[in-house]
Design a protein around this ligand. Sequence first.
Ligand code: SF4
Ligand code: SF4
Length: 383
Amino acid sequence: MHYRRIQRVGFEVSEIGLGCEHLEQKSQALVEEVVGAALQGGVNILDVFMPQPEVRSRIGNAIRSVRQQIYLQGHIGATLENGQYKRTREVQSCDRYIQDFMTRFHTDYIDIGMIHFVDNLEDWRAVESGGVLEYALQLKQKGVFRAIGLSSHEPLTALTAVQSGHIDVLMFSINPSFDLLPEKTVIDALFDRKTYEQPALADANPLRQQLYEECARRGVGITVMKTLSAGQLLFAHASPFGAPLTVGQCEHYALTRPGVVSALIGCVSGDEVRQALRYSSLTEEEKDYTAVLVNSKRYTQSGACMYCNHCLPCPQQIDIAAVHKYYDLARNQSEMPATLREHYLSLSAHASDCIECGDCEERCPFGVEVAANMVKAAALFGQ
Ligand code: SF4
Ligand code: SF4
């Protein structure tokens, strides 16, 4: 297992995390099996949005002896009404479920207090002005929350929240099909199976890319939900690409977006966990998702770099994906952040080393004009 740092708060979280949603209504034995397999494989971040008391208690029992080593994402605003899940912005109700969370997890702190499911600007304004954000900030000040998070499926809302400067961790739905959907698509509605099977894919959604880059620049860690698009990307008949991706390919896609620190996978057995955790031992070929995207008739090439490094080797030893990632992060900024320049300069070869041989462009499946981008990157970084 590899670990990544959430810069704003210094947490070192496992690249693969556990989304616990599917553990609802499962027995204590099964919860222990799934959580135990995750812990054994080095997972140290768990997302628990569910308000139901039984599943909270079961997961709480399963991690009790290792609580200090785990980063828990607990959600502010996921509650129950008449036994059914209900999202709320009512502070007293939020607090009741946060207190219940800590009781059931045998703890007096939550690593990431995650403002739950904010998918439109109006709702974000309600969070900002209606007391929920203030509640989260107060608990952070008291040390009850070590970080403040926000979960969302909607890029403009998420971007606005991140730009408020209050968010340390963004839980966001990322997979190749969501990234290629038209900007106005309501992601949550796609889980109505009737509409999901025929989405119209378009060029990479620039707003989503902007969001990831903003998070990377600000040191906000993205924890990814819907990494497998609720499993639909794994099957040809359900995938919008008309061909299946593997779990490892989906994980790799998420983990190669800027700002991402952990891909959360929902599992219902120890075997599923072990399959998800194979990621760190996969070869580059096994992780490579590009063929599925490129061969899909529904995908139109945008010329944007997907950071896959399918274009290597470069005779000048340039890590082409890394240069593109730093370039994309830097190019829209009025002032270059020092850490970004440092990271770029620490590469063993730079854009200025490019001899414009064009070999990479022949191998790039996405039609990226690499040599021209290298010239621009060299001008931007001065090297
Ligand atoms: S230039 Fe093309 S092949 Fe190379 S990393 Fe970018 S998208 Fe992948
Ligand atoms: S064009 Fe530049 S980046 Fe691409 S392979 Fe040649 S030297 Fe490397």
